[in-house]
Write a protein that binds this ligand. Structure first.
Ligand SMILES: NC(=O)c1ccc[n+]([C@@H]2O[C@H](COP(=O)([O-])OP(=O)(O)OC[C@H]3O[C@@H](n4cnc5c(N)ncnc54)[C@H](OP(=O)(O)O)[C@@H]3O)[C@@H](O)[C@H]2O)c1
Length: 362
């Protein structure tokens, strides 16, 4: 029978209660016995009370041994796609004591050998190891080809498929379409990467949806898998894939887009950087350290991304209109004032050339 962490918790809480109660009983008993000893000077009575305490502690110790349940065996997690993010997530799996198998288009056997992981050159060989969890960490663009190339027949019937893709509706629909119905499906998105998570994962958001998990062993394995991130300190956010994609387009995709735009300005550090400018430099650096495939995936595989690009474009136009609108007002005033009003003639300043200004706002 599988006994999970909650059972252990309740067991320990019960034991604590018993200890408190028995402690009080022993204390009260002791006081009574001590009073008797003082009154009748029966030394033997005091000795008996001490022996009684020892017995009680022994029984409690035995109880504790019974209640301390063994923790479940480590999971065998197969990371498919062992690039930048695959390696980063695998380090967390190892830290939590799980077995990491890996396969990828490129050869990462040296890295795996030196990090206590097992690399397989072929998907077939890896699946023969019968992992508990298949964790898809390939690029968004290659995921469909990668998933379809997995030999499902070699896997256990209760295998769980999980992914870390930065878009969520796409892998969920793909899994539901191509996987055998008995396989579990849990879609996740760690909202951090090798850069933002380099000093630990504490308080970093981890989005997940248990899409299709059956009761019993599969549910326990899924809980054990999610606990890896919980135990690393992540802020666990249960959310539907649709909701994730809506939020991510308005936040992550916008962030990446601004970073990409800024990278085309070739911004450089100056001796008088403001805090705001430092933030922009940091954002640019962070964004371009991710592959363009990732960014293109955020756009192509999130139904809300196009709307966000259009919103961004409109917002930029609005800001430009505000700036140039003011300039036009000033210019118009000057043009009008050039015409002698109430017998006055105003000279147009040299710097404001109406032709250039009008053409720049077209
Ligand atoms: N980077 C992040 O901060 C971050 C955060 C959260 C989630 N994610 C997600 O994690 C996944 C991996 O991201 P990433 O940063 O490592 O960069 P990526 O460029 O999105 O993906 C690189 C991975 O995809 C594999 N790949 C690329 N093209 C392939 C193809 N044609 N066939 C088979 N495999 C192919 C690469 O394999 P090889 O290395 O063997 O070539 C590598 O493992 C993505 O789905 C991304 O959305 C990334």
């Amino acid at each position: 029978m599988y006994i999970d962490r909650n059972a252990k918790f309740y067991g320990n809480a019960m034991l604590y209660g018993v200890c408190r109660l028995s402690g009080n009983v022993v204390c009260v008993g002791n006081m009574i016995v001590w009073k008797c000893c003082m009154r009748w000077k029966y030394g033997m009575l005091y000795v008996c009370s001490v022996a009684m305490q020892c017995c009680m502690l022994y029984v409690l110790g035995m109880l504790n041994i019974l209640i301390e349940m063994p923790s479940p065996p480590p999971l065998k997690v197969a990371v498919v796609g062992f690039g930048n993010f695959g390696q980063f997530i695998a380090q967390g799996l190892r830290r939590q004591g799980h077995i990491v198998l890996a396969t990828s288009r490129s050869d990462y056997s040296e890295y795996c050998n030196s990090h206590g992981m097992h690399f397989f050159r072929s998907m077939d060989e890896m699946c023969e190891e019968q992992p508990d969890i298949i964790l898809i960490c390939s690029s968004i663009l290659s995921t469909e080809t990668v998933v379809r190339s997995i030999p499902f027949r070699k896997l256990k019937a209760d295998t769980i498929f999980a992914d870390v893709l930065s878009v969520k509706q796409f892998p969920r629909n793909l899994f539901l379409e191509v996987l055998p119905p008995e396989f579990g499906v849990v879609c996740t998105h760690p909202m951090f990467g090798p850069e933002s998570g380099k000093n630990g994962w504490n308080e970093l958001p981890f989005v997940y949806e248990e899409v299709r998990i059956s009761e019993g062993e599969q549910a326990h394995k899924c809980a054990q898998f999610l606990r890896i991130f919980e135990d690393e300190g992540c802020r666990m956010v249960g959310m539907s894939c649709e909701e994730h994609d809506r939020h991510a387009a308005g936040s992550q995709f916008i962030t990446h887009t601004i970073g990409r735009i800024l990278s085309h300005l070739n911004l450089e550090s100056t001796p008088i950087n403001t805090k705001g400018y430092e933030t922009l430099l940091h954002l640019t650096e962070n964004t371009v350290s991710d592959s363009f495939d990732l960014y293109y995936g955020l756009f192509m595989y999130n139904v809300n991304a196009t709307e966000q690009i259009e919103n961004l474009n409109r917002a930029f136009e609005t800001v430009k209109q505000k700036l140039f609108g003011r300039l036009h007002d000033l210019l118009r005033k000057q043009i009008v004032e050039r015409v002698p009003i109430q017998g006055k003639a105003t000279k147009l300043p040299k710097k404001l050339n109406p032709k250039t200004l009008l053409s720049s706002t077209k």
